[in-house]
Design a protein around this ligand. Sequence first.
Ligand code: SF4
Length: 559
Amino acid sequence: MVDNSQSQCHIFQEALLNPSTFCISWEQVPGRGAFEKQHQAILEASERAAKGGRVHAISITDGPGGSPAIASTMLGAEIKRKGVEPLVHFALRDANRIAIESLFYGLNSAGVCNLLVISGDFPARDGYDGQAGRVFDLDPTQVLQLIKRMNEGLQYEVMGKTRTLTPTNFFAGVAVSPFKKLEAEVIGQYYKLENKIRAGARFIISQIGFDARKMQEPILWLKQNGHDVPMLANIYVLSYPTARLMNANKIPGCVVTDKLVTQLEAESQAPDKGVAARLLRAAKLYAVARGLGYKGAHIGGHNLSYDNVEYIIDKGEELYPRWQELIPEFEYPQKDGFYLYAKDEKSGLNTGEFAPRPMPVKKPFILRFSRLTHRLFFQPGTLAFKINRRMAAWTDHIVGLKRVFERVESQGKGVLYECLRCGDCSLPDMAYICPVSQCPKGKRLGPCGGSYEGWCEVYPNERQCVWVRVYERLKAYHEEDKIKAFTTPPRNWELWQTSSWFNYFLGRDHTAKRLGIEPPDKVSPKKSGNSQPGTQLKKETAPACAQAKCAHDCPVKGT
Ligand code: SF4
């Protein structure tokens, strides 16, 4: 048995969980190539940080922008050997669940424990010989569930026997983007965060933004929802060129308003091209973040030296006692931007009372038609459901006949929802919008962090983010809370290119499992009192919501 004590890392974790410590992580952005200057610079920065002792973790991004870069997982192990803890960003863009689990074993056995689990930016076009394929097999919420089981000692079946692995000791966190513009985007981020915390997120890092009132929002939300999860503020040392890229939405998830760009342009006229001004801005933001209740600062920026990091910490600590005076310097609201809480005119921050949610709702015909069809033919406990389930059980093994049904389904759903026949349908969870064909990252569990002004990260100003559309539709039925109601399990690829209707009625897909619809062969005829196996549902399997006579595809009331 390998001794896992050497993989003990606690500095970052303890700093975050210790109320008297303000935790510091310093972000490094690896580039392309194995032996490039950037790689060397990151190792030197890690050595400096190890010697300096003010930084609790060196944080390594994972292919920002979706471009190839030296793997954060490998670099993490190297940085650990430099004497400072790594915080490895782990994007889910390029690896399926097998690769993810395998990389985790490699990481932990190399002494790397701190992970920031993110969806990651969509693959860029500059991969080897062009546009890379996307993976996104798992969602951060599902990866957190995997990590939880690995930390408990993952169990798996071998030759009918259950084996339990030595527990790992990951300390995993997530990101949140409070700086979104639209109501649907903002609420979507908090629904998603709720799911991630429920799945075991141990810390949170905010996305890049400079509006103090927005910075306060997640801290208030955590408090109001009783979530004692430490949060690090993203303290980004923003240069004028980078500000212009973020302002033009060229770096997914980061928000820089016109007002801030204008200020940086003026500062860039200075002899030092604005270096002193942006370092001071970062130190002030550090002080504000500390005052707002953040547990740490995630410091980043282009060409930042260790001395710069120390300056930000020292100046930030110096300014912290009068952080409220600095609030007016961080007023960067987006035009018609949505805030979760009402404004406190006196402090310039939030009152803690929810702000009105004026976003108009959408009840397109396709949605009303789909909900009605679902209630008529798919709702457990109804006669139609029993007949369809019996038909499905009967035809399941008659290949020719089954193919006819499959054809009807795929043609119909192809026209209505651009169905790609994944076999594990999410339409009922997502207000009849198909994540496989509509979301470039295939997000079944709430939004990624990349949308901008409601537009999809991958199709800016062309396609709305699917989760903005889902929110608008669910809100029409006061069901928007459904987005946080349950954690959809990882997609079952075994069902790929099979009939989702059959999989649903015969208890094979994730919705059936959530609703307690069991495969016919699992239902004992005696219990159902019907000699025909597989045609009856056990009374108790009918979902709570069905008993509560609410819409089958509305599990909110059941949870
Ligand atoms: S549709 Fe939304 S969730 Fe999907 S990739 Fe685009 S921005 Fe992200």
